[in-house]
Design a protein around this ligand. Structure first.
Ligand SMILES: [Zn+2]
Length: 227
């Protein structure tokens, strides 16, 4: 008998609602054409729809950030989807950007290159999206939903120092996995008995997040003493 399809988000089966095949990386990250290799996972339509506004928010915040601005897919978005959105809903970005301010910007060499607008993310919404991507990676690799008890934590990897502090986790991860382009890439490692999952999630080759999933706080404490 075929394994019952379970929803990537809530873990329940088809008797709880219509199910679709969903792309676990928000499809709105691409302007139009998505690469053919995008991995899919089952999800209730209702569960998936619940997150579409957060996915768009996450995409918008990436697309207007300085870091991602040079990526060709972001350029396409800025000329297409985002431009149309801005023209139609002028208040959108004003409403969604927190603490917009102008701050000095420096090139990688440390050279001052002028002032540019800065803003803070609504991190709760970004977290929701990143947790869902982690659930998707877990499902795609293990062919089952992530255990409910897994406690997820995500944070941005801002510089080399951050990466060094994560080295022992990163060393254990598989090489980068993508979908045929560099809009999204991930590296990950799973514990065979689901005690932990660690991953890197990179968007537009510019912004990287580290995610950890631990089965319980008790185990997290054990981990630290072993490390
Ligand atoms: Zn569901």
């Amino acid at each position: 008998m075929e394994k019952p399809k379970l929803c990537v988000f809530c873990g329940k089966d088809e008797s709880f609602g219509t199910m679709n095949v969903e792309h676990f990386v928000p499809r709105c990250l691409w302007d139009k054409e998505r690469p053919a290799q995008t991995m899919t996972v089952p999800a209730h339509k209702k569960c998936n729809d619940r997150y579409s506004a957060d996915n768009e928010y996450f995409r918008d915040m990436l697309a207007i950030s300085e870091k991602c601005s040079k990526h060709p897919e972001v350029a396409k978005l800025n000329q297409g989807t985002l431009r149309r959105k801005l023209l139609k809903r002028r208040g959108y970005f004003v409403k969604n950007l927190k603490n917009v301010r102008v701050a000095p910007t420096y090139a990688e060499t440390g050279l001052y290159v002028g002032h540019s607008p800065m803003f803070d993310w609504d991190w709760k919404r970004a977290e929701t999206v990143l947790h869902n991507v982690m659930k998707g990676i877990f499902y795609a690799m293990n062919e089952r939903p992530m255990p409910h008890e897994m406690q997820l934590d995500v944070g941005e990897v801002r510089d080399d120092a951050d990466l060094v502090s994560l080295q022992k986790y990163v060393d254990a991860m598989c090489p980068w996995v993508g979908f045929g382009d560099d809009v999204f890439g991930a590296r990950f490692v799973f514990h065979s008995a689901d005690k932990y999952m660690y991953c890197l999630m990179q968007f537009y080759r510019s912004v990287t997040f580290f995610g950890s999933g631990l089965l319980s706080e008790k185990f997290a404490a054990e981990e630290q003493t072993c490390g």
